[in-house]
Design a protein around this ligand. Structure first.
Ligand code: NAG
Ligand code: NAG
Ligand code: NAG
Ligand code: NAG
Length: 444
């Protein structure tokens, strides 16, 4: 008994790590917390002057018998305003939506979600319209939309071309990897086939570059369901021709279900995560120089894929995902992190540290016996900053690393995530306690 207050004190002291904005204690003030999830869709939307990161559906892979759970629960995380930042539960969607359905905001206040996996993880061709102000869902049926309808698919990617147009490419249905592109036009309320045999790909990163009217595409898996290498494609949206770009420097390799954004202020493409073979560095591709820069800011979130992300330059947000690199387990989480290009010396900052293993959601499969949660895995890959590759390349994109405090001049090895918790460093020690409190079992 006498040990308890002491243990609690140590826990609360140790748990706040550098770069953390809100702790697990703060999360306890929130009314609810979603289950960890991956393959949700969403983005950053402003509603009544407040910015939120929205999360629609996803897979909570929750239960012991491996049934998993693609859910119809939806949430938003407040990014601006005062007070504790929390996840807030939204209206359930009429059906479960997972496996990287895409969510695209058009005409200001409505989000259009296409495709994704259903509760049995089968590909769908569903088109949903979610009203941000009313918090309501509506399914758009083929009878309401002109033109032929795209075939069912999941893990495709969509870009917004304008307030009334979105374009999708690729995806997968069963063992078939798709290569077609489809345009949704809100003004005409129509779908149209934009191109066939563009590129067989799914789980790719795709970002729209309005300066050139092209899409930049990287990673994902090919027609044989093998990961692509480091290719960067430029897809000309006037001619619909796609070409491989030759690039220089330490570019990403074999990313899938990663974040991809075009940053107009930097005229650069940003890629992040989606592999166990890197150190969750930010990859920045300078279009002018055709060169890659890998930036290792401090407090990088643990490696993951199929997370949601949002860019509101200079801020880049990531949330949720599957911590893929822990003994090949599926470890869905619900943390939120931010990198601020205008203050890189802060490193990544954790905006939300999950407070428990499962959250409070009344989700399917939430029967108290679930053992699929791995939130107590370390939430950070590495606390220290490291020299960019090539050295100094970050100067093109942000304040140089020499002005960041506490950067060692030698390359520190990454904290091995496969190490038993509690084996090294204060951060690991904190998680050692956390793991003792919330044991994580992984089904292999
Ligand atoms: C947030 O707090 C600041 C400082 O206390 C105050 O000036 C501001 O009005 C608050 N904003 C809102 C939206 O409440
Ligand atoms: C776009 O939004 C406006 C105002 O919110 C609405 O009146 C209009 O019908 C919308 N257009 C389409 C094509 O949905
Ligand atoms: C895209 O194709 C059009 C038409 O062929 C061409 O005029 C334009 O220069 C191309 N854009 C890029 C960025 O290559
Ligand atoms: C391109 O490379 C030059 C010379 O290495 C460098 O000074 C410049 O900052 C780079 N520009 C971009 C946009 O990467």
């Amino acid at each position: 008994m006498a040990l308890c207050p002491c243990l609690l004190a140590v826990t609360s002291l140790a748990i706040l790590v550098r770069g953390q904005i809100q702790s697990r204690q703060d999360a306890l003030l929130c009314a609810a917390e979603p289950w960890g999830r991956y393959s949700a869709s969403g983005g950053l939307y402003t509603v009544n002057g407040v910015q939120y990161m929205y999360s629609f559906g996803g897979d909570t892979v929750s239960d012991e018998d491996g049934r998993g759970g693609v859910v119809n629960t939806n949430w938003r995380f407040r990014l601006t305003g005062n007070g504790t930042k929390c996840w807030e539960r939204l209206a359930d969607s009429p059906a479960a939506v997972g496996y990287r359905s895409t969510a695209t905001i058009l005409n200001g206040t409505h989000v259009y979600l296409f495709g994704g996996g259903d509760a049995r993880r089968a590909a769908t061709g569903q088109l949903w319209r979610y009203a941000l102000l009313e918090n309501t869902w509506k399914e758009l049926l083929p009878s309401e939309v002109a033109g032929s309808w795209p075939t069912a698919r999941y893990k495709h990617a969509t870009i917004k071309l304008s307030e009334t147009k979105m374009l999708l490419l690729g995806g997968r249905s069963g063992v078939t990897v798709l290569s077609d592109a489809w345009l949704f036009d809100l003004e005409q309320m129509s779908w149209s086939l934009a191109g066939e045999n563009i590129l067989q790909v799914y789980r790719h990163g795709m970002a729209y570059d309005p300066t050139r009217h092209v899409a930049w595409i990287n990673g994902g898996l090919d027609g044989n369901r093998q990961r692509y290498g480091s290719q960067l494609w430029r897809w000309n949206l006037s001619s619909f021709e796609i070409e491989l770009i030759s690039t220089e420097g330490p570019g990403p390799s074999r990313l899938a279900s990663h974040a991809a954004e075009y940053i107009s202020d930097l005229d650069a493409v940003l890629l992040w995560s989606g592999t166990c073979s890197d150190d969750v560095q930010l990859y920045l591709y300078s279009i002018a120089n055709s060169s890659w820069c890998a930036v290792y800011a401090a407090n990088r979130p643990d490696r993951r894929d199929a997370m949601i992300w949002a860019l509101d330059y200079p801020k880049f947000y990531v949330a949720q995902g599957d911590l893929i690199c822990h003994n090949f387990g599926v470890c869905p989480i619900v943390d939120v992190h931010m990198f601020d290009f205008s203050a890189p010396w802060h490193g990544w900052q954790m905006l939300y540290e999950p407070r428990n293993a499962r959250g409070t959601g009344s989700e399917p499969f939430c029967d108290g016996t679930n053992k699929g949660s791995c939130q107590p895995q370390p939430l950070l890959q590495e606390q220290g900053a490291r020299i960019s590759q090539p050295a100094g390349c970050e100067r093109t994109f942000m304040d140089p690393l020499s002005t960041w405090p506490a950067v060692s001049s030698t390359t520190t090895p990454a904290t091995s995530s496969s190490q038993p918790p509690g084996s090294a460093g204060a951060h690991q020690a904190a998680f050692g306690l956390a793991v003792a409190l919330w044991a994580c079992t992984m089904d292999l």
